[in-house]
Design a protein around this ligand. Sequence first.
Ligand code: CTP
Length: 397
Amino acid sequence: MLAGKHVLLIISGGIAAFKSLDLIRRLRERDVQVTPVLTRAAEQFVTPLSVSALAGTKVYRDLFDLTDEAEMGHIELSRAADLVVVAPASADLMAKMAAGLANDLASTLLLATDKRVLIAPAMNVRMWDHPATQRNLATLQADGVLSVGPNSGDMACGEYGPGRMSEPLEIVDGIAAALGEGSLQGKRILITSGPTHEPIDPVRYIANRSSGAQGTALANALADLGAEVHFVTGPASAAMPRAAQITRVETARAMKDAVMAALPADAAIFAAAVADWHVTSASDSKIKKEGDGLPILSFAENPDILAGVAQLKTGRPKLVIGFAAETDDVIAHATAKRLRKGCDWIVANDVSPETGIMGGTENDVTLITQDGAEDWPRMPKSDVSRQLAARIAEALG
Ligand code: CTP
């Protein structure tokens, strides 16, 4: 329950600052006390009056405001709240935080606080990807700063990619989890993600087009609700989750061993695109062209990791969820797959090349449960993940 909690909300400069007005509204609806702080740059995007009206309280604006100093010193201000939230967190403010600068009210509060800090970054995609920002993020994470987002999508600057501030309700989830009030607090969730690589020889392998983006998005959404996430991933190109225990594997057989070693779990989600076969004739040395004609590969079936866990007699997670990537008769195939594998839910999607789903940022899924098929509208993978995480929280009670 968030009611009665107190959040110090620092709004820094950026077009996403307008979403912070809605964030304040969402927090107030949940009876959270919000003390807002605006940086000078933020005042170019939202007015102190609108922030103050929504928060129902005074807005703190400048370090050298002597009246504020007399009323409440910045040390006290930084410690009176249960949590400090920075939304949006601009590249500039993240850099100041990482460097420990204190040259305005926001950065001084962040340096003086003894409370946990949660940032919701928002910036241009190149600024986000810049090594300096990624270095600052790593420093902040090592300092124990929590983060939510950014999401991928169209940006106000006309570019596309990661950098959009998380939606207000995602930040509310992040705040709840940071305060130990997340709906998945205390739950342990295992996720498989990415492709597997099945070696042919030391330099060649068989793989697939999975990027691991859906698995990472899911891990982030579950962690935002307070879950303890164990992430077993093949060689994925997507970023790794922000807060998860990560085990990296290459082959399907190694993935199975890592999954078994990671149990028990309250829920297990199999988002990996596992190769169905491995090469039994794999060579220890590089296969050369000048042999006896074309190489002949022989295959054996890989273990079905999802079916193995779903059919465990003891230690089966309460909720076992599979994904079904299909190119035709999606619902019929996925429904049959749910029964055949013995899992509780299947998240089915059409991965025909024209959908752009495999390796893309959006997904168009049908959730298949014992109650039938539920068609979800096409949306970013981060939104699919948030909705799925909320459903998982409901099911785990
Ligand atoms: N899966 C798994 N281990 C495997 C194969 C698949 O854990 N060896 C899981 C996937 O992570 C996914 C689900 O099973 O959650 C369905 O994967 P999919 O490739 O669609 O199913 P297959 O069993 O491989 O069926 P087919 O390729 O015949 O469609």
